[in-house]
Design a protein around this ligand. Structure first.
Ligand code: FAD
Length: 395
């Protein structure tokens, strides 16, 4: 019987653990954090992710704590004019066969962790166990207490700063700063009287910046925002404290609803947005990478977590159906083209959201926003659990 050990119990690691344990595979998750808590505030999950969560038995629980956006709206950031809109809610669910959710990360983590413990047993979730080294040929993870754990397959689900990735692809192959950075916040809907369509997911586009927000949670009473700025040109290290007023100054002259939202809560630290250059290796020896460990992408498509879920489900299917070597050989072939296409599309979306007023691509931008669906049906309609279909790529 195949035994799997996983570094990281984030969205991808937990999903992989549930899928394997439900199929009877022995799987242990080793997570650096001592408790599974919020990593960032919120996450939006689209049908390509949520249909898989339903199949894994966590759909109902998550539906109960999520908001379904009423619409996807693109607006001009200064005038507030609607550039384009697409129906959300029941219409989206009918179109793609699964919902779009805005959910608190802590709710998502806890639902996934509960399902994993139910399927595998609490003794297979090891918190406070940081992986410090990996032997890809021997299939072992070294933990920070010096002990070693081994399996037929070891999986790096340890996120954007992955230790396992360094062992699989070599040091220095990790993500790069994108030249863009962001602030985020959670605002009570009641604090946003100027906001049109507060329960929609909305992009407000403008020169060198954009604002994304959506409602989330059980009571539809909170809006999560993510304000992206071009620059600075270089960035060292992780998040940094920003100067007082740095965020609002960057959005001077923007629509009152935008400024009202940004001013409604204390300014967050400023985050560098990272993007992983495409990796040719996703596996080495007995080790494989999933999620941000191998394809951290810009968040402008809301697809990083969804792609981690897809990776997890595909890898679990292959491990259940094949011997480990065959499974690991097949896995990147199933996933590489799709994740690369989505990462490239997320990058391009960021460019379109930040065009100057006189930019020659403005007409194209508005046409692309108007045609978001069906142009992006290939992202949302995908069923990663169906290993008999090949990935449909962007038109
Ligand atoms: P993570 O969820 O980061 O999990 C990695 C886990 O590994 C963590 O629990 C970590 O503690 C653990 N770990 C790390 N190192 C070690 C170690 N050495 N040993 C043991 N454990 C370790 N995606 C979407 O789909 N929709 C969105 O709306 C969305 N919004 C986003 C907004 C922002 C601002 C950002 C930055 C990202 C967003 N994403 C979104 C992307 C999404 O958050 C990630 O793609 C997703 O969390 C990746 O899941 P993962 O399991 O690969 O990694």
């Amino acid at each position: 019987m195949t035994r799997v050990v996983v570094a990281g119990a984030g969205i991808g690691g937990l999903t992989l653990g549930i899928a394997l344990a439900r199929a009877g595979v022995t799987v242990d998750l080793h997570e650096r954090a001592t408790e599974l808590r919020e990593v960032g505030a919120a996450v939006a999950l689209s049908a390509n992710g949520t249909r898989l969560l339903y199949r894994l038995g966590v759909g109902e629980a998550l539906d109960a704590v999520s908001t379904q956006p009423t619409e996807l709206i693109h607006r001009d950031g200064r005038t507030g004019a609607r550039i384009a809109a697409h129906p959300g809610g029941a219409a989206y669910r009918a179109r793609f066969g699964a919902p779009y959710w805005g959910v608190h990360r802590v709710d998502l983590q806890q639902a996934l962790a509960a399902a994993f413990v139910d399927a595998a047993g609490a003794e297979h979730l090891h918190l406070g166990h940081a992986v410090t080294a990996v032997d890809t040929d021997g299939g072992t993870l070294t933990l920070d207490d010096g002990s070693e754990v081994g399996g037929d397959v070891v999986v790096g689900a340890d996120g954007v700063h992955s230790t396992v990735r360094d062992a699989v692809t070599g040091p220095g192959t990790g993500p790069r700063y994108s030249g863009t950075s962001a602030f985020r916040g959670l605002v009570p809907v009641d604090a946003l009287p100027s906001l049109p369509d507060p329960l929609a997911i909305q992009f407000w586009a403008g020169p060198d910046a954009h604002l994304l927000h959506y409602a989330l949670g059980r009571d539809d009473d909170t809006v999560n925002f993510f304000a992206v700025l071009c620059g600075p040109a270089t960035w060292e290290g992780g998040t940094r404290e920003a100067r007082d007023g740095e965020l609002l100054d960057a959005f001077a002259g923007w629509h009152p609803a935008v400024r009202e939202m940004l001013a409604a809560v204390p300014q967050s630290p400023r985050w560098p947005l990272l993007s992983q250059p495409a990796l040719t290796r996703w596996t080495r020896g007995r080790a494989a990478l999933i999620g941000d460990a191998c394809h951290a992408m810009l968040p402008h498509h809301g697809q990083g977590a969804n792609q981690s879920i897809e990776d997890a489900v595909v890898l679990a299917h292959l491990i259940v159906e094949h011997d480990p070597a065959t499974a690991l050989a097949a896995y990147p072939r199933r996933r590489r083209a799709r994740t690369r296409a989505i990462a490239a599309s997320a990058w391009d979306t960021g460019t379109l959201l930040h065009l100057a007023d006189d930019h020659p691509r403005l007409v194209e931008r508005d046409r692309r926003f108007a045609g978001y669906l069906p142009a992006n049906d290939w992202v949302h309609e995908h069923d990663a659990a169906d290993l008999t279909t090949t990935t449909r790529s962007p038109a």
